[in-house]
Design a protein around this ligand. Structure first.
Ligand SMILES: [Zn+2]
Length: 331
């Protein structure tokens, strides 16, 4: 017999408080409020189609109880707008699960491999058009750079993501690539090693820049001494390659500025790929049928498909109520 109805936070007519067995509260309400903030801006911008879809995102949540005693989201509708805070949060969970599985598997197959975290930037851009052009140029240059013999010979695979930050002081955008490179241990041999200066030169060359770009390189190391190495690597990687919702860049007190950023980002990101991979990382991704935040269409099951047998009887449905600004349990 399920005991879920005895818990006040899952009782009919009460506010939903989705709490994991670990005690961690799931931020449904705060994400929904942020998505509604985005919707409000879209409405003012007369992006009506987007407005309707974002404002309907995760309106009704259906959970099923698991044998473990907590609830798992079973069904809802997500708008999948690239800027939606609710959807970005779900994607960040997918990304986190994805990175964990990939890193553990690569570590199993290539225990001697090492991981390097590379950040490649160019000068800030000021318009959607410039930003879009720069992003395309950067992904192309990155591919070319990785094909260079000096890089290729020790590279086992890469995983790269695009990130954009907004500088509100002068309303410019900084676009950068974060790349996680899996290299063989021979990379660290004297003649093979590429230091920051070499990476900077390579990036400058392939981007055809007339200035010295900011390039950062660091070795990914497990933080805690004695931590099981693959676990340590996983948490270090988690910290470096995130799928982050940058809603604080376009949901602020300044409505006019927000609208400009939303318009620019929507235009610049159209048709762009957020991530790509190669080599052993791509192979592991394909063999394990793992999808990252970019590829996954399923924002309900963010940590792999559930086993139907893990559910016990009992379903709860929570609906968003605009008047009180929260989810209320319906059944
Ligand atoms: Zn959404």
């Amino acid at each position: 017999m399920s005991d879920y109805k005895e818990k006040p936070c899952y009782s009919k007519g009460k506010e939903l408080k989705d709490v994991r067995k670990s005690g961690k509260a799931v931020p449904w309400k705060s994400k929904k409020l942020l998505s509604l903030e985005l919707a409000e801006r879209l409405k003012e911008m007369e992006y009506f189609k987007k407005f309707i879809s974002v404002s309907q995102c995760a309106q009704v949540l259906v959970f099923r109880k698991t044998y473990a005693g907590d609830y798992r989201l079973f069904q809802t509708w997500f708008c999948k707008d690239r800027l939606c805070p609710m959807c970005s949060w779900r994607k960040s969970l997918i990304q986190s699960y994805f990175m964990t599985r990939v890193v553990k598997e690569v570590f199993k197959r290539k225990p001697k491999s090492r991981w390097i975290f590379l950040t490649l930037t160019t000068k800030n851009t000021f318009t959607a058009k410039e930003l879009s052009k720069e992003l395309s140029a950067m992904t192309k240059a990155f591919r070319e750079m990785c094909r260079r013999k000096a890089v290729q010979k020790n590279l086992l695979g890469f995983y790269r993501v695009t990130e954009i930050t907004v500088n509100k002081e002068n309303m410019s955008y900084n676009q950068h690539l974060h790349a996680l490179l899996c290299v063989s241990s021979s990379y660290f041999k004297k003649d093979n090693y590429l230091n920051q200066e070499s990476w900077t030169q390579l990036w400058k060359h392939h981007m055809k820049l007339d200035y010295v770009p900011v390039v950062n390189i660091q070795l990914v190391k497990p933080k805690k001494f004695k931590e099981k190495e693959s676990d340590g690597l996983v948490s270090a990687v988690q910290e470096t390659v995130k799928y982050e919702s940058k809603s604080s860049d376009y949901i602020t007190q300044d409505f006019e500025l927000d609208k400009q950023v939303i318009a620019d980002l929507s235009e610049a990101l159209r048709g762009k790929r957020f991530s790509s991979s190669s080599g052993i990382i791509k192979k592991v991704q394909q063999e394990l049928k793992l999808k990252d935040a970019e590829e996954s269409d399923d924002l309900v099951n963010v940590d792999g498909e559930p086993n139907p047998e893990q559910f016990v009887e009992g379903e709860i449905l929570a609906r968003w109520h605009d008047d009180v600004g929260t989810y209320i349990v319906d059944n």
